[in-house]
Design a protein around this ligand. Structure first.
Ligand SMILES: [Zn+2]
Length: 132
């Protein structure tokens, strides 16, 4: 896949929840990713948070955030959480880019079908996905 031009992001080594994980847990996980996964997929600045679990609130990351400073020092500068409350969200600073992705899964499709959440309607017609 790399030969065909694919680029890979990190989704962590152990799919840990980075909101609840300690800085030490994140350091251990990242060390394993760098040792076991990075040699295969290559270096990447992109970290896709498992569960979309972000390391901070919607406000800018600052150097007071030890998780951010560690991940930044480990080479990550693009961070992706999950937020299905709107069709798009991004935060560009001189130090990093952070954006939100929308989980397109059974829960989101169900919420779209029931009208509980309509964010996917701007992308495609979910009625074609499910029967009954
Ligand atoms: Zn995942």
């Amino acid at each position: 896949m790399k030969k065909e031009g694919w680029q890979f992001a990190s989704h962590s080594w152990g799919h840990i929840n980075m909101t609840t994980a300690s800085v030490d847990d994140i350091k251990k996980d990242t060390a394993l990713w760098q040792k076991e996964v990075q040699p295969i997929v290559g270096k990447t600045p992109v970290l896709i948070f498992p569960f979309g679990a972000d390391i901070g609130s919607f406000t800018n990351y600052t150097n007071d955030n030890a998780k951010y400073t560690y991940l930044k020092s480990s080479g990550f500068s693009i961070f992706d959480n999950v937020d299905a409350s709107k069709t798009s969200w991004g935060q560009l600073t001189n130090n990093y880019y952070r954006n939100a992705r929308i989980n397109v899964d059974g829960i989101r499709l169900h919420e779209t079908m029931t009208g509980e959440n309509t964010v996917l309607n701007d992308f495609f017609n979910t009625k074609g996905f499910l029967s009954s």
